[in-house]
Design a protein around this ligand. Structure first.
Ligand code: GDP
Length: 298
């Protein structure tokens, strides 16, 4: 079995490649839940839904959230009657989120996700990192903000000086998945706000130290491919480079995959991590994703 740690953009891209070369039943995906919250009366688990939609072939691959070809009649209606939504939620996507919200009246998040992924015909395991809610405070020069305020309302523009979140108790099955895996793959996701919260779970680092752990750098050159990782890494005192990512993961990482354009970092990273592989990590199409997956699976 392979366990994959995922956020909501880079790792789902890679999962598309992994699904082409391996039996989906061998894969468990542990997904960040840090930014989960209620919007317009429904529970939004953005990264979990992105992973579910990716594995069921429904994902909108332009935005990496929501469902391909969705309509926005409810969203537009709400805006038109003076009930503006912070998030632009599509109609089909909203239906699935309503179902999750209703399931969560009876069950913990992990059970709700399990029911949904079965109904969507997904054969891989999908586990939320935690069934507990956890909030993040992003400290900016304009004041403290939560994630959606920072990213959606302020469009990620404010200067970030720090951030804080409480670690959450791992959901049932998370530690067991890590312990029973031939390989744990930390996908190319935001190391601070997507992977960091998974790793901070009680007992996760200890389990990782006993596992064979491979990671793909989400930083290529001195920038992430998308999203606010650079601002968050900088605010936490890390250099924005694959070397900075290596320093975050060095205590438990066995193999680190960095991009061709970062080959000059190889010697420095080899002082921290046993094996460093240099290859193309930018995934522009399905072939790139499959090639990267093949390198990971060795
Ligand atoms: P957020 O968007 O920063 O909140 O975080 P996510 O965990 O959803 O993932 C975004 C991360 O995926 C960014 O740090 C990107 O650099 C990374 N990413 C996206 N596409 C690619 C890609 O094609 N290759 C690599 N190596 N990383 C990618």
């Amino acid at each position: 079995m392979i366990t994959v740690f995922s956020g909501g953009t880079g790792t789902p891209k890679l999962l598309q490649g992994i699904m082409e070369i391996t039996d989906p039943e061998n894969i468990t995906v542990i997904v960040n839940t840090l930014e989960n919250d209620y919007f317009s009366g429904i529970y939004v688990a953005a990264d979990l839904d992105t992973v579910m939609y990716t594995l069921s072939g429904m994902i909108n691959q332009t935005t990496w959230y929501g469902i391909e070809g969705d309509t926005f009649i409810t969203h537009d209606t709400l805006n038109g009657i003076g009930c503006p939504e912070v998030l632009r939620i599509g109609d089909k996507d909203r239906g699935i989120k309503i179902q999750k919200t209703l399931l969560m009246n009876k069950y913990p998040l992990s059970k709700a996700v399990n029911i949904q992924k079965e109904r969507l015909g997904i054969r891989s395991e999908i586990l939320p990192m935690s069934n507990q809610n956890s909030e993040i405070t992003i400290q900016t020069t304009l004041g403290d903000m939560d994630f959606h305020q920072f990213l959606v309302e302020e469009k990620g523009a404010p200067q970030v000086v720090g951030l804080h979140y409480e670690s959450a108790e791992p959901a049932p099955g998370v530690l067991e998945a890590i312990e029973n895996s031939e390989m744990v793959l930390i996908g190319p996701s935001n190391p601070i706000t997507s992977i960091g919260p998974i790793i901070s779970g009680n007992g996760v680092i200890k389990a990782l130290k006993n596992a064979y752990v491979v990671a793909v750098s989400p930083i290529i050159g001195d920038q992430p491919v998308s999203g606010p990782a650079a601002k968050f890494m900088g605010a936490m005192g890390y250099e924005v480079s694959c070397l900075g990512v290596a320093k975050i993961y060095q205590d438990f990482l066995d193999k680190f995959i960095i991009d061709d354009i970062d080959a000059h970092y190889k010697d420095k990273i080899e002082k921290l991590i046993t094996e460093v592989v240099v290859t193309q990590t930018k995934m522009n199409n399905l072939l790139d994703k499959v090639k990267l997956a093949r390198i990971i699976f060795g």
